[in-house]
Design a protein around this ligand. Structure first.
Ligand SMILES: Cc1cc2nc3c(=O)[nH]c(=O)nc-3n(C[C@H](O)[C@H](O)[C@H](O)COP(=O)(O)OP(=O)(O)OC[C@H]3O[C@@H](n4cnc5c(N)ncnc54)[C@H](O)[C@@H]3O)c2cc1C
Length: 453
């Protein structure tokens, strides 16, 4: 075995990464930084080199940054072969080949699956095809939605009040556009943060002029004779005149190309892998040369009862890509585990929301510092007397502190730092919707629902 920088094997042969976005780029960079000098190929369905998605629902929609100026910064020279604008459509594990939509086959010795997720579409195809109806996942989606907003629609409808839906509503208010948010749950962000903090988010939205309707679904999107969206019919019998509607209904993992490959993959749950990022076969045995990272991956986490977590957060894609790249390149005895505590952020209605750990795992929540009314607070989440997550509204400086406590499985309620503990801080039920399916998908940025609103 030939080794170089930090034990990186040089006899890896050909490395192929399918998906050409955040996780793919960071993994490719990590491989090069570790001294891998062999053939590296990145295959991406979109025609663009890797770009950043978080600005799409924030700076791009407000007009602060054009959609085509969201490219991810590069950490190093990659010297890679880019196959962009062509999807992988199949995987032959025995022959070690990826099949592409243009009929070509790309051989590999090590494969990284980083195909992420896509927006769950509005379920009625004819209604989804109306001009003015869309989703938000890609650069093209964001450019289209920005054009719709620039045209000053009479009203925008956001279907789903998860992070994406709420961020879109926030942008609409910033642009002084009337916006209605419809969600079949009890409060915005409820799936990710529970009903107690969801109620705080609801107040925030209403204070900013959002017409928020919870416990309601959209039953029909109606177009005019030119195929343009004109009206939305709701389950409470009301009708809204709307010219733009965004389905923010969560996501589906991009796993269809893996059908028949023998890997444990499914579009609701992603590709199952172990904590070393190695993909599981359907027989429950991990593969040696196929790795997974980012939104498409689902892997067990010891802090969360070894549940298979699917984490759709930016920082998870980066951390998992680094571990996957390390494990692809190192000798088996040097493999690392992906044990990062999940974190995410969101910006909406003038509030910086940050989270660490897995609030969704909790049964109780306590406001440990600050003031809910002023939208400057920390909420700590506990499960059976153990701290499992924390969320901050405009108090991000406490995140590291809580991350350390969560990693240590500290007791709940925690002893809060700082000076501004509310006098009446008492844990209360966190009010998460009942988990209908096994395991967790922590979307954070897509509505955490598995079914349309
Ligand atoms: C609008 C928006 C806002 C967000 N805001 C935040 C935020 O504020 N904070 C935060 O923490 N996270 C945020 N996220 C989540 C974050 O962007 C994702 O976690 C991150 O993009 C995941 O990276 P990834 O590389 O795993 O997957 P993706 O970014 O989904 O990339 C996967 C790539 O693979 C390609 N692909 C799919 N199938 C194939 C195939 N068969 N063949 C070839 N290529 C394929 C796709 O086209 C895509 O380019 C946001 C996401 C969105 C959509």
């Amino acid at each position: 075995m030939t080794t170089s920088v930090a034990g990186t094997r040089q006899d890896l042969g050909r490395v192929v990464i399918v998906g050409a976005s955040l996780a793919a780029l960071r993994a490719a960079e990590a491989l090069r930084e570790k001294g891998f000098s062999g053939k590296l190929t990145l295959i991406g369905e979109e025609p663009y080199e890797p770009y950043d998605r978080p600005p799409l629902s924030k700076q791009v929609l407000t007009g602060y940054a054009p959609a085509d100026q969201t490219a991810l910064p590069r950490r190093c020279r990659l010297d890679a072969e880019w196959r962009l604008g062509v999807a992988a459509v199949g995987l032959d594990l025995a022959a070690q080949r990826v099949h592409l939509a243009d009929g070509q086959k790309v051989g590999f010795d090590r494969l990284l699956i980083a195909t992420g997720a896509r927006a769950r579409p509005w379920p009625n195809r004819a209604e989804a095809a109306l001009a003015g109806v869309g989703v938000l996942r890609t650069r093209d989606d964001a450019a289209r939605l920005r054009q719709y907003l620039v045209a000053k629609p009479r009203r925008v409808l956001t279907i789903g009040a998860g992070f994406i839906g709420s961020e879109i509503a926030s942008v609409c208010r910033e642009l002084d556009l009337p916006v209605t948010v419809v969600d079949r749950g009890g409060a915005p962000l409820q799936n990710a943060l529970g009903g107690v903090i969801g109620d705080v988010a609801a107040t925030l939205q209403r204070q900013h002029g959002v017409d928020l309707r919870c416990g309601v679904t959209v039953t029909e999107l109606e177009g005019d004779e030119n195929g343009r969206l004109r009206r939305a019919h709701l389950s409470d019998g009301t009708t809204l005149d709307v010219e733009v509607a965004v389905a923010a209904l969560g996501s589906l993992r991009n796993t269809e190309w893996l059908q028949g490959s023998g890997l444990a993959a499914d579009s609701n749950w992603g590709v199952a892998c172990d904590a070393a990022c190695r993909a599981f076969g359907l027989n429950g045995i991990v593969t040696d040369n196929v790795f997974v990272a980012g939104d498409v991956a689902r892997c067990p986490h010891p802090l969360y009862d070894f549940e298979f977590l699917g984490v759709e957060h930016w920082s998870n894609a980066v951390a998992q890509a680094e571990v996957a790249a390390h494990n692809m390149a190192c000798a088996p005895a040097q493999r690392r585990l992906h044990l990062a505590v999940p974190t995410f952020w969101s910006a909406q209605f003038g509030v910086n929301i940050k989270s660490v750990g897995v609030p969704r795992f909790a049964d109780e929540v306590v406001v440990s510092q600050g003031s809910v009314d002023k939208h400057r607070f920390v909420a700590a989440y506990g499960r059976q007397g153990r701290l499992v997550g924390a969320v901050t509204f405009n108090q991000g400086m406490w995140l590291d502190f809580f991350e350390r406590l969560i990693a240590e499985s500290a007791p709940f309620p925690p002893v809060a730092p700082g000076f501004d503990q509310p006098a009446d801080a008492q844990p209360v039920p966190a009010r998460f919707p009942t988990q209908a399916l096994p395991g967790f998908i922590l979307t954070g940025h897509e509505q955490a629902e598995s079914e349309p609103s």
